[in-house]
Design a protein around this ligand. Structure first.
Ligand SMILES: Nc1ncnc2c1ncn2[C@@H]1O[C@H](COP(=O)(O)OP(=O)(O)O)[C@@H](O)[C@H]1O
Ligand SMILES: [Mg+2]
Length: 476
């Protein structure tokens, strides 16, 4: 890119930096700068710098502008690491498009997920693929475009990385993640066409020809979780808990589902075994459609899969089935954590599974596992990507472990302020804009974004939803 002409820097805005890392100045409103914008700062005779405006405050007819310095800009426009030094009396202008793009390249952000408005048009909104080795939180009002936006992000991650992922999909929104739209062209679409996506279905969709059912092998649940499912408490139900332990460790039982387990327990004349059998029956666990009954379990299917597995839990009629399916996979990922095979664990509508207030032992088991993965999973390559419209329902210990934030429209400024306290890395001025976002607009902040900024999400390469139903047109 060309050098920046000093004559553009009309007048001086008294840009001052006393720490060499942040700056303050007074600018006229018509300079057109908004919070989040990048600006070129000319500190009179010294190297130019690139900075980001983070806060604007009206002061009479001027605007007090505060921001942080990002990089040094050479005479030829190349970017270099910031060499912090104090200065005073500089001038500032909006950074031209080329410089914003150069900054993204310099910050190694190359997953294009949308666009960012700049003075002279727009530039691609990019994310750093490397930044997904952290936990990510997506939030926004219902209908703000979370599921769509998450789809855009997942497509780019699938197209440009080798990261394996599992998507727990409560509304069958991702069951066509493997189908690239014929009209989608370009490198990302071509790459996405080569990505294998396995889809596991539940309910009646599982019975459709060619469908792979989403099932759980009863044996694959940990001992503790089987007890949780049976509501056997280790202290309150000491005898049953220890019997459960004993029976399950006796020999190499080939029980795949609760039915077989029930048969085994009922055949026993020991009263404790019978009591457990009654629990299975009375809790209605025998008839759940989730048990594998000889079919391949979701854990086995995930092990066999090369890249992405979508677990469509929308068809389960009993909410426990969703928890059982999630738990079996999360337990398996945790049990194999030493293999350090990176996995992105995506959960849409995450308040269902990672709830701050679990209603029973089963929900608690799922939440506990997610809290553990949030706290310790990172070093094993287990990274969470959670999406919700109800951030206050998510367990706080999970929320506080997220280093990446995607915030879409949030109507309540109170909710936004609460999240601001958790996500200290997101600039308050950008968070405050969340109630005004349109469909598909989002704040991107944290490690995966080269800058905290507001972007408009790009188009999906694949289809959202199980079956898009067209409005029937009249024939004439
Ligand atoms: N960036 C976008 N461009 C076009 N349509 C979008 C975009 N984002 C969302 N939509 C559409 O808006 C509707 C709501 O989006 P969705 O992602 O389901 O919202 P949420 O998950 O936040 O409830 C859907 O019909 C979706 O296809
Ligand atoms: Mg959604």
């Amino acid at each position: 890119m060309g050098a920046i002409d000093s004559t553009d820097l009309a007048g001086t805005h008294e840009v001052v930096s006393i720490d060499g890392r942040t700056f303050t100045c007074r600018i006229p409103l018509d300079l057109g700068l908004l919070a989040g914008d990048l600006a070129v700062i000319d500190s009179q005779g010294r190297t130019r710098m690139l900075g980001q405006v983070l806060d604007l405050e009206l002061d009479g007819r001027l605007v007090i502008c505060r921001g942080r310095l990002l990089a040094d800009v050479g005479d030829d426009g190349t970017l270099g690491a910031l060499k912090p030094r104090p200065f005073g009396g500089g001038a500032l202008q909006r950074a031209p498009k080329e410089l914003v793009e150069a900054f993204d390249r310099w910050a190694k952000a190359d997953l294009v997920v949308g666009t960012v408005r700049v003075d002279d048009g727009s530039v691609p909104a990019t994310l750093r693929a490397d930044g997904f080795n952290r936990h990510t939180f997506v939030c926004g009002q219902s209908g703000s475009g979370k599921t769509y936006a998450l789809g855009v992000v997942l497509e780019r991650v699938l197209a440009y990385t080798d990261l394996k992922m599992v998507i727990i999909d409560p509304n069958a929104d991702y069951v066509r993640l493997g189908e690239v739209r014929p009209e989608a062209t370009g490198d990302a679409a071509d790459r996405m066409r080569r990505v294998p996506v396995e889809v596991l279905r539940s309910g009646s969709a599982a019975d459709e020809p060619g469908a792979r059912p989403l099932t759980v092998n009863f044996r694959e649940l940990s001992r503790k979780n089987r007890a949780a499912l049976l509501r056997v408490d280790p202290m309150a139900d000491r005898e049953e808990y220890s019997a459960l332990r004993r029976i399950l460790t006796a020999g190499d039982l080939k029980m795949e589902d609760a039915q077989e387990y029930f048969a085994l327990l009922s055949a026993n004349d020991d009263p404790v075994s019978l009591a457990i059998a009654q629990r299975l029956e009375n809790l209605g666990l025998l008839d759940l459609s989730v048990w594998s009954r000889g079919r391949l379990s979701c854990v086995s299917q995930f092990h066999e899969a090369e890249r992405a597995v979508v677990m469509d839990v929308s068809g389960f009629s009993d909410p426990r089935e969703r928890s059982i399916a999630a738990l079996s996979l999360l337990d398996d990922l945790w049990a194999n954590r030493e293999s350090r095979e990176p996995v992105l664990i995506v959960i849409d509508e995450a308040h269902n599974l990672c709830t701050a207030e679990p209603a029973d032992a089963l929900e608690e088991a799922v939440t506990d596992r997610l809290v553990q993965i949030a706290a310790e999973g990172r070093k094993y390559g287990l990274w969470l990507l959670l999406s919700t419209q109800r951030p206050s329902k998510i367990h706080p210990n999970v929320l506080s472990q997220c280093d990446n934030l995607m915030m879409m429209r949030m109507n309540s400024p109170g909710d936004v302020a609460e999240l601001g306290a958790v996500f200290g890395f997101a600039p308050p001025s950008l968070l405050a804009a969340a109630p005004t976002f349109g469909l598909g607009e989002t704040l991107l902040a944290g490690r995966f974004s080269p800058l905290a900024r507001i972007a408009k999400m790009g188009e999906r390469l694949t289809y959202q939803g199980g079956a898009d139903v067209d409005v029937p047109r009249s024939a004439d």
